[in-house]
Write a protein that binds this ligand. Structure first.
Ligand code: ISL
Length: 575
């Protein structure tokens, strides 16, 4: 007889966990200034507890000029007054722990704000002791400093600018892979690493249970820094060869592990955010024997609707590409390593509008279907605020509605390059990071109950139909479907550990797979389309038990599946 409560005592807690991501400025505003805050998050912890998540990851709330909503940090060991105080943070951690939940801190170690005291010193003179804490380079030989083309390399930043900004005071350029307000730290310098590690240890002492490490695969640069291959029609080059998974990356990460994680007596969760990481590298980063990270955020499945021009070069999604990608990651990290699982975060458009359907006829079913196929995979699932309500993209109508530096800078560059405004706005509307940054929809009152003031970014006008208050009261809601998915992970070892086998890889409507392990086997089937779908599934007569479905009368293998129908079947195997 299988026991659903069996579990391996050596299993680290994060292998059983579901993480919930909070973007505090858009979560809940407790003081009416239009910006969410830590006090607001504390008020909503019972809601998260009811959902059943184990961990809360909070994106940066440190003092910051907010050019990139807090990913430009000017003090690593404090709280921005706009979000609260360190005492609020201590209270947040205590309140989480009191509910048996954990707290994951978002740390940005690749760059700081240009207003960070380290950078102010570094730029103050060429012989300042902190000069070498950042990347300074002279203008390109034979050019006029400060003009286009004089940058030390031709790289285009993630935010559609050159990656170099000229400092007239000292006559050199500094490097920034993101905005000019986010200079990159020089990890070659051991003093930089030493100070960053001591910051992390300081936070562990304060009670944090883990770290999400921002763009951590970019900290090691390939030297000498040099031009990358030209990017079509832009006048810039692609520098990624010089900074994605650079030559010292594993050495740095292992050192961080030794100096910070091993130095603590607690079991912590570490997840490294790694745009551009390959399955091969991810297996190295997450191999427990190597003492690096527990898991990484990879982006391959987030690029299935991107053309060669990147996220604003929008293409139709083919379900087969999405499945092939996710399936490959499942298989590549099966023997060693561990996957993170996510559809959404603060940098991605809403998944219902992207891979589901925001047509009111299908929105609820498609949100549940997407949740089902993700949460039944092997790995640690992450839920981004509002995903558990099936929140949708925002109906942006003009460029004035956007707040995000990535979207606004892209708009400026694309306009300069002569891209027509119609298609440009359509792409931004579909893909902008602002889609998931609109406020959490708590109830049907003004501004979705997010604030009594004027929200920093507009609330999606669909809040009267999509909000937490209604869904918590409705057992058939997306919220309760997510709650049950989380319960299934806690309850069934096969969900956590079972082997994964993709079925029907070429089918353009059905996402189906098996999870095999011990005496329990699962068949997960979802029709991810708005039309009926049929597909041949293994041993159709044997899947007698339904663990969860988004239909009251789930169709069985062998029958046609209705639009967005998703079911988790179980069977017991003997012997
Ligand atoms: O979506 C992306 C890749 O498909 C990018 O937005 C990528 O996630 C991002 O460039 C890296 O993200 C992180 O670092 C940035 C910050 O703006 C993001 O919010 C953060 O998640 C710089 O700190």
């Amino acid at each position: 007889m299988s026991s659903s409560t069996d579990h391996n005592a050596d299993e680290p807690w994060w292998k059983r966990a579901v993480v919930y991501q909070v973007y505090p400025r858009s979560f809940y505003d407790s003081d009416g200034d239009g910006l969410g805050d830590l006090g607001g998050l504390i008020e909503k912890l019972d809601y998260l507890h009811e959902l059943g998540v184990d961990v809360v990851w909070v994106t940066p709330f440190y003092p910051s000029p907010q050019h990139d909503n807090g990913y430009d940090i000017s003090d690593h060991c404090a709280v921005d007054p706009a979000f609260g105080t360190l005492a609020d943070l201590d209270r947040l951690i205590d309140e989480l722990h009191a509910r048996g939940m954990k707290f994951v801190l978002d740390v940005v170690l690749n760059h700081t704000s240009d207003e960070h005291p380290w950078f102010l010193e570094s730029r103050s003179s060429r012989d300042n002791p902190k000069r070498d804490w950042y990347w300074w380079r002279p203008p390109r030989r034979g050019t006029k400093p400060g003009t286009r083309g004089a940058e030390p390399t031709n790289w285009l930043s993630f935010f559609s600018e050159p990656t170099w900004t000229f400092d007239p005071g000292t006559g050199e350029y500094f490097l920034h892979l993101f905005s000019r307000h986010q200079p990159d730290l020089n990890w070659e310098n051991p003093e930089v690493r030493r100070d960053l590690y001591s910051i992390l240890r300081w936070w562990i002492e304060r009670g944090v249970d883990g770290f999400r490490l921002d763009v951590i695969n970019m900290i090691s640069k390939r030297l000498p820094l040099q031009d990358g291959p030209p990017l079509a029609d832009t006048g810039f080059g692609d520098g990624s060869e010089s900074f994605i998974t650079g030559p010292r990356i594993h050495e740095f990460v292992q050192e961080l592990h030794r100096e910070v994680i091993d130095a603590s007596e607690r079991v912590l969760l570490t997840v490294g955010e790694m745009p551009g990481v390959t399955t091969h590298e991810a297996a190295l980063f997450t191999d427990p024997a190597r003492d690096e990270f527990d898991m990484v955020f990879q982006f391959e499945h987030m690029s299935v609707d991107h053309g060669p021009g990147g996220r604003f070069d929008v293409r139709p999604v083919r379900l087969s590409s999405l499945k092939t990608s996710l399936g490959r990651w499942q298989e590549s990290l099966a023997e060693r390593g561990w996957n993170s699982l996510y559809w959404n975060n603060h940098d991605q458009p809403r998944v219902v509008s992207r891979f589901g359907s925001d047509d009111p006829r299908y929105r609820v079913a498609s949100a549940k279907a997407l949740g089902t196929v993700l949460h039944m995979l092997r790995g640690t699932p992450f839920v981004y605020q509002g995903e558990e309500l099936g929140m949708t993209n925002y109906p942006f109508r003009s460029v004035e509605g956007f707040r995000d530096i990535e979207s606004l800078n892209y708009h400026r560059l694309a306009t300069e390059l002569g891209i027509e405004s119609g298609p440009l706005l359509a792409a931004m509307q579909y893909t902008s990071r602002d889609n998931c940054r609109t406020p959490m929809q708590w109830d049907a009152s003004a501004h979705g109950g997010f604030t009594t003031g004027e929200p920093w970014i507009s609330v999606n006008p669909n809040y009267p139909e999509i909000n937490a208050a209604d869904q918590v009261d409705d057992p058939d809601s997306v919220f309760h479907h997510y709650r049950r998915l989380i319960e299934l992970r806690h309850e069934w070892p096969v969900v956590r550990e079972g082997e994964f086998r993709l079925l029907l890889p070429d089918h353009e409507q059905i996402f189906a797979y098996l999870r095999l392990g011990g005496t329990d086997e699962l068949l997960v089937v979802a029709n991810l389309s708005s039309q009926e779908a049929e597909g041949e599934l293994p041993e159709p007569g044997t899947w007698d038990e339904v663990l969860l479905s988004n239909f009251l009368d789930p169709h069985r293998p062998g029958q046609a599946f209705r639009p967005w129908e998703a079911t988790v079947f179980r069977r017991q195997v003997t012997g």
